[in-house]
Design a protein around this ligand. Sequence first.
Ligand code: AMP
Length: 511
Amino acid sequence: MSGPILGIDFGTTNTAAAFFDRQGKLKLVPVSEKNFILPSVAWYHSADKAIVGLAARRQIIDDPRHTLFGTKRFLGRRYQSEFVQRHRERFAFNLMEGPDGYCAVKVYGRVVPLNEVAYFILRQVLTLATHTAGEPFTECVLTMPAHASIRQREAVRHAAERTGLKVRAIINEPTAAALYYANLRSPEQTVMVFDLGGGTFDATLMSVRNRVVKVMATGGDAFLGGANFDECIVEHLVEDFRQQHGVDLRGNKVVMQRLVFAAESLKIQLSRAEVADMRVPCIAQGPDGGFLDFQFRVTRKRLEEMTFRLIERAVSACDDVLERAGLKAAQVDELVLVGGQTRMPALRERLSHFRRFASEKDVHPELGVAVGAAILGRNLSRPGGTGLMDVVPMPLSVMLPGGATHEVIPANTPVPCRKAVSLAGLPPGTTPVPVLVFESLDTTSVEREILGTLQVGPEWRTGRGGPPRLELHMGQDFVLKAFLVAPDGRLFPAPIADARPQMRAPRTAAS
Ligand code: AMP
């Protein structure tokens, strides 16, 4: 019998892993005694050597320039993209454009591609898991936010492959959480998974029948996560500090990073307590030359006022998903909360229009996704189906020479799927013409990611049987393939090659 398949939830903030051992028993991978969460942080102590996890996380304060955290949000993204330009300023490490146009980081003068950081983290998880299982793993299931683009999925897949693991499937995080949920009891229910982690927010509506999870609609906000809450706190308190001391800390990236780190801990304390203190000593020099501490007492109520808009954004994205599925919150049997940020009491209160919450005992907010991945791994390694029907999160379209665009696979189409589009109107001629394939990055933004170009040869444009047709196939593993369809229905692979820089265009031009 082949060995177990490792389920890995490689998150923006934290990483966790789980698997079913040869006796069919679920095993969570411990990172240290009683702790199952590995911070997704790498601290480079030289140009090509890094440690990862808790010890690395502690370096955020002392050595922020070489401590790479939250880099997964930039992995597989072009440096020039709107997303990166909007977020890069917040980090003290030196984010830059790599030779391939994607994000990289400069440490000790060396350009580090971000999938090296992902590789270090995944390698550490694999080492820990191997130790726990007492045998090596050869295969894994990875999770990604539902809104991850194809390029982001590829980047994580490559990092995992570098550790020597074969990637059997990539599953969306909320779907993994629902799979976990579906396997706990065998309910016949409609479930909303509300997944607010460190970097992204996904809301996914699913039906669970006989342990099979079918995604009905998915949506979210790729720009919203727990980190926004931390920044929001810092913004307010830095302004208070400026008013009190006449010193503006905003220009100093290293100081700001220390504050964000302290704000996160304040925020977490305020999920349990009504009042908490934030104190970062010797943060700046005062007018008299003495050192000033950054010291504030914050109540839970004040935190809620500061972050009110962020909560509303998440709730309204969740309502959009319901609306798309034509359902009301009252028709959802259970709300499953995943992602550390959902521990915030105000967020839970704001979601009280849902009838019932899955309790924390049912689905652990930080470990449920890894367990879901392990369940898919177990299902893949035995006959009887995967127990999963996922959907395409973002529309896939083509652009013909001249600029006409056609949506080929709409968002929320169940995978695997194949959809065709007519290529009528291609110019005649004797040389191949390019057709661009792109993914809309977000239902709320105008950004598109060009996945590449495929060539349509002259023989396809002069044939008798009418205009050529293009078929896009999206697998359950979210691997995309393109084919040209002959008049007799035969399919000819049309490789999608040569990714070009990201383009931005008004959304209306896509329709
Ligand atoms: P995850 O990606 O699921 O590990 O979630 C990480 C995010 O959850 C970070 O932004 C954390 O600050 C946040 N988080 C973790 N615990 C809590 C808590 N008790 N209250 C509020 N936010 C939390």
